[in-house]
Design a protein around this ligand. Structure first.
Ligand code: CAA
Length: 379
């Protein structure tokens, strides 16, 4: 067992950290306030090779391992979790799905531009009536001649306003439950595809979240991803990797919270000495650091198993539940350590606390992660 990062992974970490600290940090608070998409940073992430990190170089990607990818998402999210999720969704929910299940034509046409950051992707599974119970979706895709015609509404679509390409799940056989679901690659410009209103959110406000509607949207047969009726398994496998990405986002938020609180506690004096000298505060740091370390090791284990082509659904679920609950815990403690200052927008910890909550909700709630783990243990 080797707990050291490789030289290459250390270099990737340094590149991501410098980019996040020197560029992303500058306007993170302002974009959060204005709910403004980080377009310039997304462009730069494409240039840095962060948008298709695990994609094979043959399709324009970095050919990197999953641990390198988690390092980048963590470093971005340590400064700004909105930028972290834009990167995570494009990499693990869109590029992964296209590379793992797409035809050669799909890979050339859609994966390439996404992997080099020229285009942006979104993943559309949830609907107004189907969240955790993903297979109860109502969107349909009916084959008429050589085209599928899609009808329905998809909700909570991260990157949805700014994306170019969307992976859409729909029933090709509505009578067959989860075995009747298929996945399609839909372009924003396809007639009948409409991007709805942007959600007003508690956190990750600089990332865009929208609903999209499909009204008699014609999609060619070539844009079917994988095989018909395999869509639920494609979505679940894709989400397994996505959950590693959200673990990295959550660990980034937690680490950013710890770093900010440490800096504050060393500078702020009460009762004649720095807060950092009080054992009550040191114990908070001890708990934060211990939980962050534990969650990060779980995440690396899931990433390692994915890279070694082993089953990793359970480890990804464990990593996500541990990391997201650590993010909420650590960011709340960071606000507490900052006292009144932490409750204001003068310090980043209130943003970290707001941003942390979503990690317990999207890409499978903590309850769903526990369901996945619990079922595996008992069946
Ligand atoms: N990999 C491969 N196959 C899988 C799988 C996985 N991880 N999980 C389930 N399957 C297969 C099962 O083996 C089963 O196959 P068979 O029919 O051949 O036996 C089939 O899929 C159905 O599985 P279940 O019976 O377990 O299905 P279920 O209806 O009980 O649901 C669930 C399982 C785990 C609850 C699933 O619905 C789930 O993960 N729900 C949460 C959905 C979710 O994460 N949504 C997030 C939306 S994405 C997002 O957040 C957007 C964003 O932009 C960030």
């Amino acid at each position: 067992m080797d707990f050291m990062l490789t030289e290459e992974q250390k270099l990737i970490q340094q590149t991501a950290r410098e980019f996040a600290e020197n560029e992303v940090a500058k306007d993170a608070a302002e974009r959060d306030q204005k709910e403004e998409f980080p377009a310039a940073h997304v462009k730069k992430m494409g240039e840095l090779g962060f948008m298709g990190m695990m994609v094979s170089p043959e399709y324009g990607g970095g050919g990197m391992d999953t641990i390198s990818y988690t390092i980048v998402v963590e470093e971005l999210s340590r400064i700004d979790a909105s930028v972290g999720v834009v990167c995570s969704v494009n990499n693990s929910l869109v590029c992964y799905g296209l590379e793992a299940f797409g035809s050669e034509e799909i890979k050339q046409k859609y994966l390439m531009p996404l992997a080099i950051g020229e285009k942006l992707g979104a993943f559309c599974l949830s609907e107004p009536g189907s969240g955790s119970d993903a297979s109860s979706m109502k969107t349909t895709a009916e084959l008429r001649g050589d085209h599928y015609v899609l009808n329905g509404t998809k909700n909570w679509i991260t990157n949805g306003k700014n994306a170019d390409y969307y992976l859409i799940t729909a029933h090709t056989d509505p009578t067959a439950g989860n075995r009747g679901i298929s996945v399609f690659v839909v372009e924003k410009t396809f007639p009948g595809f409409t991007v709805g209103q942007k959600e007003r959110k508690l956190g990750i406000r600089s990332s865009d979240t929208v609903s999209v509607t499909l009204d008699e949207c014609r999609v060619s047969q070539e844009n079917l991803l994988g095989e018909e009726r395999q869509g639920f398994k494609i979505a679940m496998k894709t989400l397994d990797g996505g959950r590693i990405g959200i673990s990295a986002q959550a660990i980034g938020i937690a680490q950013g919270s710890l770093d900010a609180a440490l800096q504050y506690a060393r500078e702020r004096k009460q009762f004649g000495k720095p807060l950092a000298d009080f054992q009550a505060i040191q114990f908070k740091f001890a708990d934060m650091a211990t939980r962050i370390n534990a969650a990060r090791l779980l995440m690396y284990q899931a990433a390692w198993k994915k890279d070694h082509k082993m089953s990793y659904s359970i480890e990804a679920a464990m990593a996500k539940v541990a990391a997201s609950e650590t993010a909420v815990f650590a960011s709340t403690e960071a606000v507490q350590i900052h006292g009144g200052n932490g409750y204001t927008k003068d310090y980043p910890v209130e943003r970290f606390m707001r941003d942390s909550k979503i990690t317990e909700i999207y890409e499978g709630t903590s309850e769903i992660q526990r369901l996945v783990i619990g079922r595996a243990l008992t069946h």
